[in-house]
Design a protein around this ligand. Structure first.
Ligand code: HXC
Length: 517
């Protein structure tokens, strides 16, 4: 047999490469596109800077032999992995190819994903996993389970060291759902479903009938389960959202978030004073306040459709990334309940892990009372807020706009939970509870004995409100650092961020604290 020349070998390499680039084949790619989805490679191309993608493991192959797998080619073993740049910053990417055995995760597939993740860890760069998979590759049996185990383990290694973002662009069934759950943010498209067990299995086991979309579509996972953080209309929208999200984040936990240099105005904004009604019974949209204190009204709200009584998200003030946590008086008066507490606490933990200062806007009547809340564990879940804020060492700036009552006042980053700066608007009511409730408890006897009970009640409420429901008592106790005019809020926060930029706070060494879960 003659030895093949270099030219022939290069030609063979090119042909092989071209063939692998076709994934599961031209027909399957076409079918995939016809379903309104981008292919795995198109998603990578759409996500990263043009020409920056450097693929690894293109020629990876499974080594299964059973159930028709012997000799079966699985292009790139169903997942495209490699290094690239997004807006000039290094990232690592894995993108599952549904045209190859339904993007199912076999042994090699998962080894490739884990290796890309380890590259993220070693180089201090974010990891983006684009999911489109039927879950564990059934033909590979426990080898595919072992592969998933590696991915999960590596997810946890990366957690808190580099940002991890999951895009759910197709089915994400069984084990495929757990890797995203271990990452920091999940973006799900309207064409994708996530579930541990699908409708058929549910029907068999529990007898319940549910469609795939009702079970694991984006609306279900946003509003009901709270599993996902963003809904994208389609693949393209998901890629844009991912890019935007990354723009607020540092590449790793040892870096500060990127700053956008520029000239920023902090002129007083008189509109702020008109947004918040002085009557505490009236609602308003806290986003109208947020948009007026951040740069260019550019707010990336996280989990907008889940627990809307609290608003969280990323923004910038004078070019610096911040995480905003704000009560939403437009929904249930901004009360803190189980879902709001979990939502807020998780976000606080993320920001702290990645050096993003916390700006907390407070207008909260308390924790939600009720049997369901107590049985659901509001004590445990509400405590997450206390834990997350107390454990956070990033700069913490709190502005109390109106109500700040009781435990919820504490849970919204009061000074005693380590706020570095706490400011109050003149409308702030910092009290153990609202004046109405307090008067009923403290002056019950006087009210019941009065001939004109209604007049007495009003008198007592006014008396209590006069005594406690204003920011001056709190300022007198140093529980707030200053009482500020609403119009100056942006300027005050900007200055505090500037002065706190070099904040360092050391905590006792330990393996880890035990956050109530
Ligand atoms: C191997 C799979 C597969 C899998 C899909 N395929 N899922 N191959 N292992 N898990 C293959 C199909 O055989 C088919 O191959 C191709 O992918 C496309 O699948 P279709 O069913 O034709 O596509 P569609 O109608 O769009 O349905 C997609 C789907 C469905 C909803 C994902 O395929 C499905 O329900 N798959 C099984 C999902 C599941 O039960 N996963 C759990 C696995 S166990 P051909 O050759 O015909 O194109 C698991 C446990 C891990 O994950 C636990 C870890 C904690």
């Amino acid at each position: 047999m003659s030895i093949k020349s270099m030219d022939i070998r290069v030609e063979e390499l090119r042909k092989k490469r071209e063939q692998v680039m076709l994934g599961g084949g031209a027909d399957k790619l076409e079918k995939h596109r016809a379903s309104g989805k981008m292919t795995a490679r198109e998603r990578v191309d759409g996500l990263v800077d043009k020409g920056s993608f450097m693929e690894t493991g293109l020629f990876a192959q499974h080594r299964a032999t059973l159930f028709g797998m012997a000799g079966k080619e699985t292009a790139a073993d169903g997942v495209i992995t490699g290094s690239a740049a997004i807006h000039g910053r290094l990232v690592h990417v894995a993108s599952q190819d549904f045209t190859v055995l339904g993007g199912s995760a076999g042994e090699l597939h998962s080894i490739k994903v884990s290796e890309a993740m380890m590259q993220s860890l070693k180089t201090g760069s974010p990891f983006v996993f684009i999911n489109d998979s039927g879950g564990a590759r059934v033909q590979e049996g426990i080898d595919s389970l072992s592969g998933y185990g590696k991915v999960f383990y590596t997810n946890v290694m990366l957690s808190g060291a580099v940002p991890q973002i999951s895009l759910i662009c197709g089915p994400c069934a069984g084990g495929a759902a757990y890797s995203p759950a271990l990452t920091d943010f999940i973006i799900q498209t309207r064409k994708a479903q996530m579930f541990i067990t699908g409708p058929q299995v549910i029907k068999q086991v529990t007898g319940e009938t549910v469609t795939a979309d009702d079970l694991g579509g984006p609306d279900a996972h946003m509003a009901k389960s709270g599993v996902i953080h963003f809904i994208a209309e389609d693949d393209k929208d998901a890629l844009l959202l991912c890019q935007k999200l990354l723009s607020f984040l540092p590449s790793n936990n040892l870096e500060d978030p990127p700053e956008i240099p520029g000239e920023y105005s902090c002129e007083p904004n008189p509109e702020l004073a008109d947004i918040v009604p002085v009557d505490g019974k009236k609602g308003y949209d806290i986003r109208d306040v947020i948009l007026r204190i951040i740069d260019n009204g550019d707010f990336l709200e996280v989990q907008a459709g889940h627990a809307p009584n609290i608003v969280i998200g990323f923004a910038r003030i004078c070019g610096r990334s911040i995480g905003i946590i704000a009560n939403q008086p437009a929904v249930q008066a901004g009360v803190l309940d189980i879902d709001a507490s979990s939502k807020g606490a998780r976000f606080i933990r993320f920001c702290n892990a990645f050096n993003i200062p916390l700006v907390t806007l407070v207008d909260v009547p308390g924790f939600l009372p009720g049997v369901q809340q107590e049985y659901g564990g509001i004590i445990r879940h509400g405590a997450k807020m206390l834990f997350a804020y107390s454990a956070a060492t990033v700069p913490k700036i709190t502005v109390i706009l109106r109500k700040a009552y009781g435990g919820a006042y504490l849970a919204m980053c009061c000074k005693d939970l380590g706020a570095d700066r706490s400011y109050a608007w003149p409308t702030a009511e910092i009290a153990v509870m609202g004046a109405e409730g307090a008067a009923e408890i403290v002056f019950r006897k006087e009210i019941s004995e009065a001939t004109d009970k209604a007049a007495k009640r009003k008198e007592m409420i006014d008396q209590y409100r006069e005594a406690f429901s204003n920011p001056f008592v709190a300022a007198g106790r140093r529980l707030v650092d200053d009482i500020i005019e609403p119009a100056d809020t942006r300027k005050v926060i900007a200055q505090a961020l500037e002065y706190l930029h070099t904040k360092r706070e050391l905590r006792p060494g330990k393996k880890h604290g035990l956050m109530p879960l």
